[in-house]
Design a protein around this ligand. Sequence first.
Ligand code: ADP
Ligand code: ASP
Ligand code: MG
Length: 405
Amino acid sequence: MLIVQKYGGSSVATPEQILSVVQRVARTHSEGNSIVVVVSAMGDTTDNLIDLVRKVTANPDDREMDVLLSTGEQVAISLLAMALKEIDKPVISLTGPQAGIFTDCGHTKAKILKIETQRLKNELKQGKIIIVAGFQGINRTNDITTLGRGGSDTTAVALAAALKAALCEIYTDVDGVYTTDPRIVPEAQKLKEVSYAEMLELASLGAAVLHPRSVELAMKYKIPLIVRSSFNQNPGTIVKEVNLMERSQAVTGVAYDHNVAKIGIFNVLDKPGIAYRLFKSLSDQKVNVDMIIQSAMRNDRNDISFTCNQADVRKAIEVIQAQLSELGADGFISDEKVAKVSIVGAGMVSNPGVAALMFEALCEEGINLEMISTSEIKISCIIRSEDTHKAVTALHKKFDLSAAN
Ligand code: ADP
Ligand code: ASP
Ligand code: MG
């Protein structure tokens, strides 16, 4: 059977850990499986490269950023391949471009467009273990691209889909997907299984254990994902299609995201076309807007607030400054000291009162809700960043998630 295994940065942080990954990969191969291994950069390599950039420029060029950041994964694949050769395993390492991973031109957050599998299939036919650099590809102008932070998960799932692998295993530093981040809430419970839809929400709302686009792809191509630890043999969590019709528990997990900024624009004219022009300009500048709130009208004026990623704040401010007089606005504020906490669960639809319980939990901690947004299977609140741990812990307790499973 063909298996794709992905090892995250924390699983290959040291030479010793690389040797332990070698043992696992070799065992899977010896059991008669074909295997494609995707690796991330060692430990904090990517963060360290970004720190280096900050020392030379405040305004890095996106193309050059990709040239730099893609080097981290290249170190990891070659070391892993050399170590596998050392124990006489047939193996070849390939960069994203060599593996045929073609992306769009969106430097630093490129999307995979297609994978040309000819080379991969040839190497597999020769019985080789293929080690592919995660998080990178090549665009139509032959430039190297990267897929956004955490993007190696997406490389793995995309390869699994393109090669029609039986499954995709994501090896990381936790035993699986938990009811919330176990680093914050030690009582968090490992989920035996979780649906694609819930996992997609959890990942999009900040649960770093999987890159959101990897879950999207797994859902689209029905690739079963197994999230497990590279440090032990525990069974992990299966992400798959789950029949959610009779889900008794309303909430499956709690997620949080610090990478949020809130922008408020005051006394905007209340007339047709204002919101359209503002949000069209933001989207033209590729600012990804998340929550939007327009206050009740008074004296033909509204306040409009929205959230976006912290990385987009500078661009958002430029757009607003350029439109201030057209919007008729008095001014604006941007605030990066906020966070988003969310509860996710397919059972919410059939369990009334979930929102009230969430607000009760946060109110009991004296936490102010600055923005709220809901969908069928999630409720998110913007709060002060410093309240995040308190909020996540309180929500986990209120919904009795330490008793899950
Ligand atoms: P890798 O380097 O393997 O890609 P990441 O740091 O990207 O690892 O993801 C694993 C981390 O995700 C865990 O150490 C954990 O702190 C965090 N995490 C956040 N939410 C969850 C969750 N619900 N379940 C498990 N881990 C989570
Ligand atoms: N090395 C990249 C990062 O740190 C990609 C990944 O780890 O998935 O974001
Ligand atoms: Mg990751």
